[in-house]
Ligand binder design. Structure first.
Ligand code: BEZ
Length: 238
């Protein structure tokens, strides 16, 4: 909590929600200017904020995310970072990461994805990344999953002190892509290869057939039925 700004907690902030079109903006980044989300149409994008350059949790996050960038790219997902620091701070920090930091087996890590400078906090405010009860001067650890049609599909927020789990971000991405491609839902802790949930029975007849085992799916009850999709089929399809 930011003790310098106790009243900030009552500030009204606008935040895009799941199902909204991603708010548009143009910005300067470490990879040149971007026109967001327009230039990313056709790909998934993870737009994420971090509190500040040259800080340890953020450094561990950037090294981890940069190391996984190719894996996200294979899943048709681009990464875009943001903080309220300026471009030269971003450049200096990313150079330091590459040249000096060795952490958990990662070294010479080059951050190739764009990192937005947002000194004015315009983008951060638009996306609800400034949460005054936590900090009025730094962005929290926000994550926006944006689909190829520029729609916001999932949002995760973490506080300043808590580094994100990037395996979970990847899992969430693949789960949403699987839901789209196969018209299914994914249960708790789902991973590719685990059973998926089929849409609910739309009639008493279908419910009865399912419980009688006529649809070739597994039913725990008439409203909770699962089926298999192999990890290979998912990789091939998405
Ligand atoms: C960090 O990345 O280490 C950090 C940044 C802001 C506040 C607390 C921790």
């Amino acid at each position: 909590m930011d003790t310098n700004n106790p009243s900030g907690q009552n500030e009204i902030i606008s935040m895009p929600r799941i199902g909204d079109k991603a708010p548009a903006f143009k910005a300067i980044t470490t990879q040149g200017e971007i026109d967001f989300p327009k230039q990313f149409e056709g790909s998934w994008v993870i737009l994420f904020s971090h509190p500040a350059d040259f800080t340890p949790v953020c450094t561990s996050e950037f090294m981890t995310f940069a190391t996984m960038e190719d894996k996200f790219a294979e899943a048709n997902c681009k990464l875009v970072g943001l903080s309220v620091d300026g471009l030269y701070s971003h450049i200096a920090w990313l150079r330091t990461i590459k040249e000096k930091i060795e952490y958990r087996g990662m070294k010479n890590v080059e951050v190739k994805f764009p990192l937005i400078e947002d000194i004015t906090m315009n983008v951060a405010r638009t996306y609800g990344m400034i949460q005054p009860g936590e900090s009025s001067t730094k962005t929290v650890r926000a994550v926006f999953f944006i689909d190829p049609k520029s729609m916001i599909r999932a949002i995760i927020y973490y506080p300043l002190s808590l580094g994100r789990n990037f395996d979970e971000l990847y899992r969430a991405l693949i789960a949403m892509q699987t839901a789209d491609a196969f018209s299914v839902a994914t249960p708790a802790d789902w991973r590719p290869g685990d059973d998926v949930i089929v849409p609910p029975a739309g009639s008493c007849g279908v419910a009865k057939d399912r419980m009688a085992g006529k649809e070739g799916i597994t039913c725990h009850d008439w409203f909770f039925c699962t089926k298999k999709i192999s990890a290979e089929e998912i990789t091939k399809t998405i």
